[in-house]
Design a protein around this ligand. Structure first.
Ligand SMILES: [Fe+2]
Length: 426
């Protein structure tokens, strides 16, 4: 019997990736940055696609379906409406973004087909948070679970929650642009001198060195937080609607200083800012999760979206949240959308049943879904690069402190709290 192959793709924003399913099972998944060595590479995931097809030993023409992790037209609608809503402010930003959309991003179909020579089947598009939710629920070890997705922004949604049963799920509520926990955190990432959509983990890592001295200012001026975890951001202090930066002069005035120059010396101020936004992020995540628990009555929670990469907040959800078990998609950022849309096509579009992995494990194979390298090829590379002494660190047949495991999809930050089944609440 012929097998059914589905390729999922995320691309053109950040963290491009590809994932291949064979009869619903993940056979390979990889992020483009692992091949190109460009962190967060946003280009079409040519190498990742090639790798996935090579693992399965198939050509693009043998794919049954190809899926893309969000809907570019809806995203463009949001961008256009935002510019129209703030005009004439925002023109410099529109002048930069507009041509890029006109020339490239609106032609996703064309670009995917160019990258998949010989593929003539359909290209299916899922909404951004549907892809995140699918990546959170389908590979989880739960037959039934609540789902919470939180990120910067997809098309319009910035957070969503819903319920999954068996081979499908439904998202019941969304929070919308421009109110976004991911963008709030990214604003502080920018202000403390780190790269947005990349350095957020550094802010999280900096937090324990600081004091939460700006928490009250954040609640009083920036975030109107409600009991259920929903909130409004005071756009008077942000610049992402109209400009090329995350924050503006009013934000500088509020925190009494300009943004830190990237790579300049870190001071106690940045540490205090990091601690403060981390505390607020954790509180919002806790309130959101408690609301989802109250509304769904579920025991299990699945998480995805870029904010679900904040493992310190996840730890608090585990210790203080209302759910008995948590499962977090290791590739919780947009790379995981490639996996999500592929599984969405398999289970929702094809109506294929879903089998929960027995014994409490998940369907991610430890997230070791990328290319593997033999110990000898890694040692040869090491010698070529002259960056280390292979004699010191390698011995024949030993893995030593080097890994010859397949590359992981997603961030290793989750390994500390992932367990089976899911993560048990202490
Ligand atoms: Fe996302």
């Amino acid at each position: 019997m012929a097998h059914s192959y589905i390729l999922g793709i995320s691309a053109f924003y950040h963290d491009s990736a590809a994932c291949l399913l064979k009869d619903g099972e993940i056979v390979a998944a990889a992020q483009e940055e692992r091949f190109t060595r460009k962190k967060g590479d946003a280009s079409f995931p040519k190498h990742a696609v090639e790798y996935c097809l090579q693992v399965a030993g198939i050509r693009p023409s043998e794919l049954a379906h190809v899926g893309f992790y969000d809907k570019p037209l809806l995203k463009f609608e949001r961008i256009l409406e935002t510019y129209l809503g703030v005009a004439p402010k925002g023109f410099p930003s529109f002048r930069m973004a507009g041509p890029l959309w006109m020339k490239e991003k609106l032609f996703t179909d064309r670009d995917i087909r160019r990258g998949l020579d010989g593929y003539e089947g359909p290209i299916l598009y899922a909404e951004h948070h549907e892809s995140h939710a699918a990546s959170a629920f389908f590979p989880s070890p739960f037959e039934d679970a609540a789902i919470l997705t939180v990120d910067g922004v997809g098309e319009w949604a910035t957070a969503a929650w819903g319920v999954g049963h068996g081979n499908d799920f439904e998202l019941l509520k969304e929070m919308h642009w421009p109110d976004s926990l991911g963008l709030l955190y990214s604003a502080f990432t920018y202000y403390t001198g780190f790269k947005v959509n990349s350095g957020e983990y550094k802010v999280m890592g900096l937090a324990p060195y600081g004091e939460p001295k700006y928490v009250d200012v954040i609640y009083n001026e920036l975030v109107n937080l409600r009991e259920d975890g929903s909130f409004e951001l005071n756009q008077q202090y942000f610049n992402y609607l109209t400009g090329l930066t995350m924050t503006n002069g009013a934000f500088d005035k509020l925190f009494e200083g300009r943004p830190r120059v990237p790579e300049s010396k870190l001071t106690q101020r940045e540490m205090d800012l990091a601690r403060s936004i981390q505390v607020v992020c954790e509180e919002i995540m806790l309130r959101m999760a408690r609301t989802v628990h109250r509304e769904t009555g579920m025991k299990n929670l699945c998480l995805a979206g870029g904010v679900a990469l904040n493992c310190v907040a996840n730890g608090r959800l585990l210790r203080e949240g209302a759910f008995d078990h948590l499962w977090i998609q290791p590739a919780a950022g947009d790379a995981g959308g490639a996996l999500g849309v592929a599984q969405l096509i398999w289970h929702r579009y094809n109506r294929a049943p879903r089998t929960v992995t027995s014994g409490g494990g998940d369907g991610m194979k430890g997230a070791y879904l990328g290319p593997e390298f033999s110990a000898s090829s890694a040692a040869a590379c090491c010698v070529r690069s002259r960056n280390c002494s292979p004699k010191k660190r390698w011995s024949a047949g030993s893995t030593g402190e080097w890994s010859s495991d397949p590359a992981r999809l997603g961030r290793a930050v989750f390994s500390a709290i992932r367990g089976a089944p899911g993560c048990r609440r202490r």
